[in-house]
Ligand binder design. Structure first.
Ligand SMILES: *[C@@H]1O[C@H](CO)[C@@H](O)[C@H](O)[C@H]1NC(C)=O
Ligand SMILES: *[C@@H]1O[C@H](CO)[C@@H](O)[C@H](O)[C@H]1NC(C)=O
Ligand SMILES: *[C@@H]1O[C@H](CO)[C@@H](O)[C@H](O)[C@H]1NC(C)=O
Ligand SMILES: *[C@@H]1O[C@H](CO)[C@@H](O)[C@H](O)[C@H]1NC(C)=O
Ligand SMILES: CC(=O)N[C@H]1CO[C@H](CO)[C@@H](O)[C@@H]1O
Length: 501
């Protein structure tokens, strides 16, 4: 009796403490936010979908309802959005009944898509690159001139000299499967490549922070070329602070249902030793963990499958990756020449960014020790396993790159966010790429950021002279972005171009 009496008292006391705490937090936040916040809508957007407890919802309602005349210290602002972030991650959507997202495995299967077809005349043509109407009339011609029965068997024979596939514009080679970005690349063996009977499987690994628009663009661009996307998210920013698992939330709430069957979710739940002092450690570690954890959960790997690692803002064009999937005879490691732009696709920078991004699974493990960060460095020839691997491959391995300085084979869109996203990137940036602009209050100011977007300027005060661009240009932006022009207009046209300053 006395016992239960006491526990009731304790419970009441706990209640009191809880209410007091809640009241305290309310008052503190009221003071802090009285003159603030209206403009940091990203964090609001990102956390609004969480199903808060009723009280917490009202509570955050208070947070967001003030209109701002000026900003408080942005660092304070972050601390509190951080507090909100905690609230957000307290209402984590549960893992689906069939297992934890970050513990699942992915089983690779051969892709049975009929990328190539046999024409009636017996030629093997890449379906998409071949002008089938022309092929029919062409076939009649061939039959007319051919007396013999050319009883070709099913083997894909590179030695075939008869060119029987009439190629569409943009496709080359006897089977019309070589895209322009490979045809005009520096691949030494490009005239000797041959279609495979069974496509390679392509594994695309990326780390994600808050680049969700570019992520949708990637998924749509590469949906039929890539077999599995390894996507790694951490509950730490590269700077070492806590962040909610936005991507996990969006997988579970249905945002990525169209591609979910190809995503393997990787969760990095710790921050590397030394990552605070030296941000490059944190930066590299993300790729190391992504590759090691991700690849250990992929089953059915074959030595000649393709491993492709990108940053979230590097989107390879689909045709080049499809070539790697469908053809034999290219060398490795493989780079990609990407169109470079800043804040959106409208501030195009000169030249291309050529990043070593792909190799076979065999090379990944034998030369790069299963670590994706080593692939991105250009020092493969000095790695201990390289000579042996090269010897076993029976060919000289020199790197080549899809595309060329004038044929874009992808897009590198830096800092391509709305102003709030740029703000968030600034405060999440690793502690190593100095100067770290996120450390300067004036550089985090939303009005300042808008000014940079308007002029194409950089945080160091420079304003490069970018050439004018036009969304109708070839390879201006990924197809999905262009196809949804209104939705992604902020990436396609300078949103502040008309604003006076
Ligand atoms: C999923 O969550 C995101 C981020 O909070 C939100 O923007 C989106 O509307 C949500 N989608 C659905 C279908 O609930
Ligand atoms: C041509 O091939 C068809 C079937 O492939 C066969 O029935 C026919 O007898 C062949 N004709 C000659 C002349 O070899
Ligand atoms: C990240 O997640 C791990 C595992 O759930 C947890 O132990 C750790 O405290 C989390 N870190 C942050 C900063 O939320
Ligand atoms: C290269 O391969 C050949 C056989 O293919 C072998 O005899 C030779 O020892 C190898 N050399 C090295 C350096 O691994
Ligand atoms: C500080 C700042 O950028 N304030 C802006 C907040 O947003 C409103 C409209 O949404 C602007 O009028 C303010 O200038």
């Amino acid at each position: 009796m006395g016992r239960s009496h006491m526990s009731v008292r304790i419970r009441i006391r706990r209640h009191k403490v809880f209410l007091l705490c809640l009241l305290g937090i309310c008052v503190i936040s009221f003071l802090h936010y009285y003159k603030a916040l209206h403009n940091i809508s990203l964090l609001q957007e990102l956390s609004s979908s969480s199903t808060h407890l009723k009280t917490l919802k009202m509570f955050s309602g208070i947070f967001w309802s003030f209109t701002a005349s000026d900003f408080p210290s942005q660092q304070d602002l972050y601390k509190h959005s951080y507090l909100k972030a905690r609230t957000y991650s307290n209402v984590i959507l549960p893992d689906p009944p069939d297992g934890k997202l970050h513990e699942r495995t992915f089983v690779l299967h051969d892709d049975s898509t009929p990328f190539f077809i046999h024409t009636k005349s017996g030629a093997l043509c890449f379906r998409e690159g071949t002008d089938m109407a022309a092929s029919t009339s062409h076939r009649r011609l061939l039959q007319h001139h051919k007396k013999k029965n050319s009883s070709k068997d099913d083997t894909i024979n590179a030695g075939e000299k008869v060119v029987q596939c009439p190629c569409r514009q943009g496709w080359h080679g006897p089977h019309c499967g070589i895209p322009t970005v490979v045809y005009h690349s520096n691949l030494p063996s490009k005239l000797k490549v041959t279609p495979r009977k069974v496509p390679r499987r392509v594994i695309n690994a990326i780390n994600i922070n808050h680049e969700f628009d570019l992520l949708h663009a990637r998924f749509h661009e590469l949906a039929d070329a890539v077999d599995v996307f390894l996507v790694c998210e951490s509950n730490f920013t590269a700077y070492g602070q806590s962040r909610p698992l936005y991507f996990r939330h969006m997988i579970l709430n249905g945002t990525f249902d169209y591609i979910k069957h190809k995503i393997l979710y990787i969760f990095l739940d710790h921050f590397p030793d030394g990552g605070h002092a030296d941000g490059w450690i944190a930066d590299d570690y993300l790729r190391t963990y992504l590759t090691k954890n991700g690849m250990s959960r992929v089953q059915g790997l074959k030595a000649d499958d393709v491993f492709l690692i990108d940053d979230a803002d590097e989107i390879p064009a689909r045709d080049g990756i499809l070539f790697l999937k469908l053809y034999d005879g290219w060398t490795e490691p493989v780079g990609i020449h990407m169109r470079k732009s800043l804040y959106g696709f409208y501030w195009r920078q000169f030249g291309t960014l050529n990043i070593l991004s792909a190799c076979t699974v065999d090379m990944l493990f034998k030369v790069y020790k299963g670590d994706g960060i080593l692939l991105r460095r250009r020092t493969y020839y000095s790695l201990s396993g390289f000579r042996e691997y090269e010897n076993s491959s029976g060919r000289i391995l020199i790197p080549w790159a899809i595309g060329s300085p004038i044929h874009y084979a992808g897009w590198h869109c830096s800092w391509c966010f709305k102003p709030e996203g740029i703000y968030y990137k600034l405060i999440s940036a690793q502690n190593g790429d100095f100067p770290r602009w996120g450390d300067y209050g004036e550089k985090r100011d939303i009005r300042y950021i808008k000014g940079l977007i308007r002029t194409g300027g950089w945080f160091d005060g420079s304003v490069p002279n970018y050439p004018p661009t036009d969304p109708k240009e070839h390879m201006y932006a990924p197809k999905y972005i262009l196809d949804n022009y209104k939705k992604y207009q902020y990436l396609l046209e300078n949103p502040y171009a008309k604003e006076k300053h």
